[in-house]
Design a protein around this ligand. Structure first.
Ligand SMILES: NC(=O)c1ccc[n+]([C@@H]2O[C@H](COP(=O)([O-])OP(=O)(O)OC[C@H]3O[C@@H](n4cnc5c(N)ncnc54)[C@H](O)[C@@H]3O)[C@@H](O)[C@H]2O)c1
Length: 326
């Protein structure tokens, strides 16, 4: 990317930039010629995830706890005030859903307060556009094919509840001072640099016990899986093409998903351990886990983007990559 084209690029803030998805989004935006200002408190994100981003002069990083108003005001605002910033991609959040079920304050802080602080920062800096990483968890447990206008929205985890609350205050901010909000509802996202989730957990468990693999639930839980590279392709596509003031999209593959049993078998097969799979039983992994859901991605298809990869292919590819990189 030459100097001239970088000048025409956008200046983008990414919260949660050191995380699994945030770091890959940073790489994609930098490679496309934009400048990226990353913010992360490194509670889950790592510097290792940012190795490629750090090779770009157009990347800068601020280690800040975005849930802490004093820290934002003292450590972050003085470095951002007076600068041109075009948009904010807000990805910072708690990603340990069971931890949030055990302690209500976890998602209040890291999933909701981070959104409040992000909006306050945007208002002060007069940044008009937000892209927000929301989740299928806002739908709660619902047998219907989930569409963007499905309701009532009754989440079953504090994580889902605080994401829904975040959608709400972003909508209100759009009425008051934002120009546009893009709200993306992701299903399960997997790919390189995983920091959490079933595939990550199963590999960690095999490292400590290669003979027997404990799997939460009875294996019948079934959800769509989206590769992080497909997710980023979809988000950037929506950003270019969606025109509504609040553009709300489910993003996902068009199939009905992969089961936990299929994932566990793929992990054991690829690991070469031959571990015996032992299910803990019950139809869900933990309190707050939505055991099965199906997404409608028709709105996104009508906009012009269809996922090129199925859930099963995404699972196989992610597992194979993890084995190769181990
Ligand atoms: N991975 C998925 O399957 C999935 C599904 C639905 C929605 N999402 C959403 O996508 C976003 C990215 O998720 P991810 O999978 O990359 O998770 P992740 O945990 O890897 O990334 C989140 C990042 O936010 C940072 N963070 C957390 N609290 C913070 C705080 N108070 N201040 C500053 N930084 C903070 C963490 O250190 C981490 O780097 C999150 O908002 C998540 O809720 C992810």
């Amino acid at each position: 990317m030459n100097r001239q084209s970088r000048k025409m690029g956008k200046v983008v803030v990414i919260t949660g930039a050191a995380g699994f998805i945030g770091s890959q989004l940073a790489d994609a935006l930098l490679e496309a010629g934009h400048s990226v200002i990353g913010i992360d408190n490194f509670s889950r994100g790592t510097q290792e995830n940012l190795a490629l981003a750090h090779t770009f002069p157009a990347f800068e990083l601020h280690a800040v706890d975005l849930a802490d108003e004093d820290e934002v005001n003292m450590k972050l605002m003085p470095r951002l005030e007076g600068r041109r910033i075009d948009e904010v991609w807000h990805l910072a959040a708690n990603s340990d859903i069971p931890a949030g079920v055990r302690d209500l304050r976890v998602d209040l802080r890291d999933t909701f307060s981070t959104t409040v602080q992000t909006l306050m920062m945007m208002r002060r800096l007069q940044i008009g556009r937000i892209a927000f990483a929301s989740t299928s968890a806002v739908y709660g447990e619902n047998e219907e094919v989930l569409r963007e206008n499905t309701g009532p929205l009754l989440p079953i985890s504090n994580y889902g509840a605080m994401k829904l609350a975040s959608e709400g205050i972003i909508a209100a901010a759009t009425e008051a001072y934002l120009e546009q909000a893009l709200i993306f509802r992701f299903p399960n996202v997997i790919g390189p640099r995983l920091t959490h989730g079933i595939i990550y957990d199963l590999f960690r468990k095999l490292e400590t016990n290669a003979q027997s693999l404990e799997v939460l639930g009875d294996g019948t839980q079934q959800k769509p899986y989206l590769h992080s590279s497909d997710l980023i392709g979809a988000m950037l596509f929506i950003r270019e093409h969606a025109m509504e003031k609040i553009s709300l999209y489910n993003i996902g593959p068009e199939d009905s998903g992969a089961t936990v049993a299929e994932i566990a078998q793929t992990v054991v097969g690829a690991s070469g351990t031959g571990a015996a799979i032992r299910y803990t039983g019950g139809n869900r992994g933990w309190v707050g886990d939505v055991p099965r859901f199906q997404y409608s991605v028709r709105k996104l298809a009508e906009l012009g983007w269809r996922c090129p990869t199925t859930s099963a292919e995404t699972v196989r590819r992610t597992v194979a990559d993890m084995v190769r990189e181990a």
